[in-house]
Design a protein around this ligand. Sequence first.
Ligand code: AMP
Length: 183
Amino acid sequence: MTLSNTERKIIENSIRDIKDFPKKGIVFKDITTLLNNKKAYSVLMNHLYTRYKAYDLEYIAGIDARGFIFGAALAQMLGIGFVPIRKKGKLPYTTISEKYALEYGVDEIEVHIDAFGKEKGARVLIIDDLIATGGTANAAATLVKQTGAECVECCFIIGLTFLDGIKKLEEKTDVYSLIEVQD
Ligand code: AMP
C-alpha cells in the first residue's frame, strides 16, 4: 500500500524547503507547512492509517520531536499505544539508552524500559519526519529491540536518498519513506 501520485504531489507540495538552516549547506525540510495544511495533513494521516491498519501493530514509537506529531495521531487512529523515544534526560522512569554519531560529536536517545508492555515481542512501528544519515533511526530500532519488542518497520515522511541512511537501516528492519528526495 503506497501513495498514489496525486497524494504524493499534495504532500510533497506542502513541505517547505529552507536553505542554509540550521547551518550553511543544509536544506531543511520544514513540515510545519504540511501540518497547518488541512488537506495535506489529512491525506498523509489517512494514507498512514490505510497502510498500517493491516500490520497488526501494538505500539507506535515516535522519535523526538517531530515523530511525536505523526506517531501520536496515527496511534490514536489505529487504536493502539504511543511510545515517545526521547533525547537523553527527559524521561522520568528507568530507561535504556543508545548513543549515535552526529556530524560532530554524539547524541543519545532513550526509552522507558517497560514502554512496550510486559510481554516480549510486541509489534512496534517507529516513525519520524525524516531520515538523513539514519543514525537516529538506527539507534531507535536498537532500543526497541533491546526492550524485547519487535521493530516491524521504520516509517518516514521524507527520505533523503542521496545519503545512505535508508540502505543502512534496511539491514536491520523494513523501511518505508513516503517522499524520496534525490538531491
Ligand atoms: P539522521 O539521524 O541523520 O537520519 O537525522 C534525522 C533527524 O534529524 C530527524 O529527526 C530529522 O528531523 C532531522 N533532520 C536531519 N536532516 C534534516 C533536514 N534536512 N531537514 C529536516 N530535518 C532534518
